[in-house]
Design a protein around this ligand. Structure first.
Ligand code: GUN
Ligand code: ZN
Length: 438
């Protein structure tokens, strides 16, 4: 094999899930754990993965081997729902969704009209993702096109795979945050032309949620989707009971919340709906029939008191689900902490979330939810080389629990229960080292 100088050779334990599954019981048989493994990366792609002993002769003499003993290399985490402008308002006290939006969120988002501010906060946001091992996100900007320009240009400096979009919102928010059907169409179109498929960037048409868009604006979102069929739709759905009642008032002619989006042609395999906590049966049917995806946001759903997502219903119906931190209603950028809360959401419903299922949701399952599983989510040869080097024993307590756990699934479960940003030892994007824990 011929390698260029850009090749990277990583020696460590290697962990991924090799196949998209239809049932959680099937995940275990596709877990690949290589205790002493080698990962070869060339030009930002996975070139080879396997046992160190088998692969070591493939590493050219000129290439320095990065050896991480005791560490575990996993695919980078995929956050399927996050608001970058809300990083600065995590932990806003005392409200549920609609009051939280009015009292905290809208005033905060007003700041992103300013290009320089957006740039500064985009840099902060990307650093937060990387120090938490998250290499791909599906991201809300604000209503201001400047916010999305700034995010995309910062992400592009690292050649990250980011999906993002400008919020479309033309009613039921303060005037200073409103666009119109026409301006939202024109601004979104300009952003799509500029950023969609530029390197690894992708565009999501982003109506905030049904209450803040007029029917005319939803028509515009539909028109954009028709014009750019390979972009995404990213919005919120069925998060809070007052929100749902409000949607029914605002759109009496539609048969419930999801039917609003469906009516305007916004469901489909590249549509990602955040939350989906209170879906009715016919809404589950619609999600399933249209192959739409759900972002399950456990810390947010608990923090805002929204409710408990029914993961088992999603599996039963083979609906695609990824994990979202939903910063800033969510309380952490960290995927392990988010999975820890997902476990508790399951527990409150007398259900279980195994460590393998959790790992799947945060990696390959998330990639599938974003229709990116042909590019991301595991170490299949040819896929994009975004990965994280995990320290499973970052604290004395983690060391103790790690040492007294025997099976891999237990060690991983301890990691997802006790892990946080200290567990992230290194992060690689596009084959390049982009974060080192000090
Ligand atoms: N619904 C509409 N906007 C938002 C938002 O910013 N966060 C959450 N969690 N739900 C929303
Ligand atoms: Zn959200």
């Amino acid at each position: 094999m011929q390698y260029t100088q850009s090749i990277k050779a990583i020696r460590a334990s290697i962990l991924d899930i090799t196949k998209v599954v239809d049932k959680p019981e099937d995940i275990e048989q596709h877990v690949r754990f290589i205790e002493d493994g080698l990962l070869l990366v060339d030009q930002g792609r996975i070139e080879w993965v396997g046992e160190w002993e088998e692969g070591k002769d493939k590493v050219p003499d000129s290439v320095r081997i990065r050896f991480y003993p005791g560490k575990i290399v996993m695919p980078g985490f995929i956050d399927t729902h996050i608001h970058y402008p809300q990083a600065e308002m995590v932990g806003a006290y005392g409200e549920q969704l609609l009051e939280w939006l009015n009292n905290y969120t809208f005033p905060t988002e007003a700041r992103y009209k300013d290009r320089d501010y957006s740039k500064e906060m985009s840099k902060f946001f990307i650093k937060q993702l990387l120090r938490n091992g998250t290499t791909t996100g599906m991201v809300f900007g604000t209503v201001h096109p400047e916010s999305v320009d700034a995010l995309f240009s910062e992400a592009n400096k690292l050649n990250m795979r980011i999906v993002a979009g400008k919020v479309m919102m033309d009613r039921n928010a303060p005037d200073y945050l409103l666009d119109t059907p026409e301006t939202s169409y024109n601004q979104t179109k300009t952003l799509i032309e500029k950023w969609h498929k530029k390197d690894r960037l992708l565009y999501a048409i982003t109506p905030r949620f049904a209450p803040t868009s007029t029917p005319e604006q939803l028509e515009m979102a539909h028109k954009l989707r028709e014009e750019y069929p390979d972009t995404y739709i990213h919005t919120h759905l069925s998060e809070n009971t007052n929100e749902i009642a409000w949607v029914k008032e605002l759109f009496p002619e539609q048969d419930g919340y999801l039917d609003v989006y469906h009516h305007y042609g916004l469901t489909g395999s590249k549509s990602v709906f955040a939350h989906c906590v209170h879906l009715e049966d016919q809404e589950w049917d619609c999600i399933q029939e249209t192959d739409s995806a759900i972002a399950f946001c456990p810390t947010s759903n608990l923090y805002l008191g929204s409710g408990l997502f029914k993961m088992q219903e999603a599996w039963k119906r083979n609906v695609k689900v990824g994990i979202g931190t939903d910063i800033g209603a969510g309380t952490t950028f960290n995927m392990m902490q988010t999975l820890n809360e997902a476990y508790k959401v399951a527990q409150l419903q007398q259900q279980k979330l195994s460590a393998f299922e959790a790992l799947y949701l945060a990696t390959l399952g998330g990639a599938k939810a974003l229709s990116l599983d042909h590019l991301l989510g595991n170490f299949e040869v040819g896929k994009e080389a975004d990965f994280v080097v995990i320290d499973p024993c970052a604290t004395p307590l983690q060391q103790l629990r790690y040492d007294n756990s025997s099976e891999l699934i237990e060690k991983l479960f301890v990691l997802m229960t006790l892990g946080d940003d200290r567990s992230i030892y290194r992060t690689y994007v596009d084959g390049c080292l982009v974060y080192e824990r000090s």
